[in-house]
Design a protein around this ligand. Structure first.
Ligand code: DC
Length: 228
């Protein structure tokens, strides 16, 4: 079975997808982490992210692996643990233009489909239900208002997880900067030519602004049970 979870940054996709993967014994596929790996490799190699040909060469030459671990996963770029390095503000800023390049997308989509050949998966991203797996048995479009999403990201950066109740103090200035970045990325991701962020026609919409993780997970589990 393929469970597709799409939605904007900070909507809670990762937390929910992880929980579903654990409950169902499915492989968790974080496609955003793949675009982040390409971006990090470009930054490290001094490749201009506006140079489509050079970025495409990087995307085709790197190896990306995911190793499951308790409560999450380790991301390896050419064998090196980059789990933290792909979540820096520098990568946040550069990832949108990288993920807008058609050839980069087709290289990543090919890798994503390879993973699905090996067994049941829950994949999260922007175009999973529309482009990567249009025949997915369960499609969810997860949203939340921008300020709720910015708050979650700010808590995450401080080492907490607003979604699971592990709340830590955040400072207002960094939360505002995150909100501005989220809005900028939303606009870019939804209006780009290649595979823009949009809900599949047959996706189930869930707004997580005022829902806890358990409530969202329960809704998705119900969809999975109905699809079985
Ligand atoms: O989910 P995330 O914030 O880690 O994603 C990082 C970026 O990658 C995001 O700005 C959009 C892009 N992305 C994409 O274009 N397609 C996907 N399937 C997943 C992410």
């Amino acid at each position: 079975m393929i469970v597709a979870i799409d939605g904007p940054a900070g909507s809670g996709k990762s937390t929910v997808a992880h929980a579903i993967a654990k409950k169902c014994g499915f492989t968790y596929l974080d496609t955003g982490a793949m675009y982040r790996c390409v971006t990090l490799a470009c930054l490290r190699r001094g490749v201009d992210v506006a140079d489509e040909g050079a970025v495409t060469d990087v995307a085709r030459s790197i190896s990306i692996e995911f190793l499951p671990r308790e409560g999450g996963q380790t991301v390896l770029l050419d064998g090196e643990d980059v789990t933290a390095d792909i979540r820096t503000p520098e990568v946040d800023r550069a990832v949108s233009p990288v993920s807008a390049i058609a050839e980069v997308r087709s290289a990543m989509v090919e890798l994503q489909r390879e993973v699905a050949k090996k067994g049941d998966i829950v994949a999260e991203g922007r175009d999973i239900g529309t482009v990567v797996f249009p025949a997915a048995e369960v499609k969810v479009f997860l949203t939340a208002d921008a300020s709720a999403r910015a708050h979650r990201r700010a808590v995450q950066r401080q080492g907490g997880d607003a979604a699971t109740g592990n709340v830590v103090a955040t400072d207002k200035a960094s939360e505002e900067a995150i909100l501005a970045d989220i809005k900028r990325r939303d606009a870019y991701d939804s209006t780009r030519k290649e595979a823009p962020l949009r809900a599949a026609e047959d996706a189930h919409h869930i707004d997580s602004s005022n829902l806890g993780v358990d409530e969202v997970v329960a809704k998705v589990m119900e969809l999975i049970d109905n699809a079985r």
